[in-house]
Design a protein around this ligand. Structure first.
Ligand code: ADP
Length: 405
């Protein structure tokens, strides 16, 4: 494998990793899961494409990272890129320095489930590989181009000015990659007005004008917006006081319910997995059918709303596990948007092969594309670009110092 970047995505009980080669053509990837338990293990794909399964009983994040890095060190990764969900007010990928680590820590109240896990991973890789440059790539950074009328909430001003309460948006790495790649496929690289629908376990929509995010469905946290696997998306904010007054629930119970017991799982009372719900619905399960219908209707509503951020609508990109693989969900969602002129080709939609990119409209109206996301590839690219900027700046400084001497 040529020059490569190791991409790390550290969650609370799992670590996803990918070693990405310079031109992103080769990948070694995997997942360390059940960390801290007797069932801790690493599952992945090796350089030859073979499956890997390794038991690492009771391994914590550091031990798991040590094992992953030991297995990969002979490929000599040139840098490590960390996916970090919340960058607070940081607007772009950053080389990890003590100051940047402090700013990631300061953004923890805005992503209490994600940032602490990322910091554990950053800490461990910095200790294990102090000589390697490490970069943080933020899910929020792509959305820092949103105008104030899109990112401000209609709340008292001091909550924004003194406590950073505003809409940030997430899945930025995916929306950035998909809109860039999709507009390239459409022959108008980073030009025009596009909507993206990233539909996975977490889902969000984004409006992009000339390559920049102008609005997105997620907000202060990744709970706002469309219906997700276990997250509710938008609800009436007074739900909290209703549940507190009538059921005596405290804020933690409400938060847990909205984040992990709602969405597709809550509606169907069956599963958070779209494949399971489609199968159940086909067999007549009405709860599964209503979960799917709410998902598609709310998604269409979100796309329609976000289109207000665009001076012109050139088209829509579907991505994520559901967006890439389910012709049924794409068709159902677009059926709620006939007034936008979308004209889906049923044949192209149904026949698009899994995991491939392709255009699925009938040639009139805004374009419709499926573009498989590549968050690891994008993180690797941004990591390389930050590291090469640093190298150039250091070389420039050295030559200036020599000239002065
Ligand atoms: P994550 O957000 O965890 O990365 P993914 O992007 O892998 O998740 O998306 C997972 C979702 O994609 C699940 O709801 C899964 O059921 C759904 N999915 C995958 N394949 C299909 C398919 N063929 N039809 C419908 N849904 C699918």
């Amino acid at each position: 494998m040529s020059t490569s970047v190791l991409v790390i995505n550290c969650g609370s009980s799992s670590i996803k990793y990918a070693l990405v080669s310079e031109h992103r053509e080769d990948r070694i990837f995997g997942l360390a899961e059940n960390l801290g338990s007797a069932e801790a293990r690493i599952k992945g794909i090796t350089a030859g494409g073979a499956a890997l399964e390794l038991s690492i009983p009771h391994a914590d994040h550091e031990k798991a990272l040590e094992t992953i890095l030991e297995r990969l060190s002979h490929y000599n990764p040139q840098a490590i890129g960390h996916r970090v969900v919340h960058g607070g007010t940081l607007t772009k990928a950053e080389l990890l320095t003590p100051e940047i680590v402090d700013r990631i820590r300061a953004a923890t109240p805005l992503a209490p489930l994600h940032n602490p896990a990322h910091l554990v991973g950053i800490d461990a890789t910095m200790r294990l590989f102090p000589e390697l440059p490490q970069v943080a790539v933020f899910d929020t950074a792509f959305h820092q181009t949103m105008p104030a009328h899109a990112y401000r909430y209609a709340l008292p001003k001091f909550l924004y000015t003194e406590h950073n309460v505003r809409r940030y948006g997430f899945h930025g790495t995916s929306h950035a990659y998909v809109s860039e790649r999709g507009s390239e496929l459409a022959g108008s690289y980073k030009q025009g007005g596009w909507l993206t629908a990233h539909l996975g376990n977490g889902s969000s929509t984004c409006a992009i004008w000339n390559g920049e995010s102008v609005d997105t469905s997620m907000g202060l946290t990744p709970l706002e917006g469309v219906v997700m696997g276990t997250r509710s998306g938008d609800v009436d904010p007074s739900l909290h006081s209703f549940l507190a007054s009538n059921l005596g629930w405290d804020i933690y119970k409400i938060d847990k319910m909205l984040n992990s017991q709602s969405g597709l799982l809550g509606l169907s009372d069956l599963s958070n997995d779209m494949r399971t719900l489609i199968e159940a619905s086909e067999q007549g399960n009405e709860d599964a059918s209503i979960a799917i219908e709410v998902f598609c209707y709310r998604l269409a509503k979100s796309l329609a709303a976000l289109s207000c951020g665009l001076p012109r609508l050139d088209g829509l990109f579907f991505t994520g596990g559901i967006g890439e693989n389910s012709a049924y969900i794409r068709e159902k969602t677009l059926a709620y948007l006939p007034h936008f002129g979308f004209n889906l080709s049923k044949e192209q939609n149904d026949n698009l092969k899994r995991g491939t990119e392709g255009r699925i409209d009938a040639g009139t109206g805004p374009q419709i594309w499926v573009v498989p996301t590549d968050e690891e590839g994008r993180i690797a690219k941004e990591t390389e670009s930050v590291v090469s900027q640093e190298v150039n700046q250091a070389a420039e400084k050295k030559s200036k110092d020599v000239a002065i001497a």
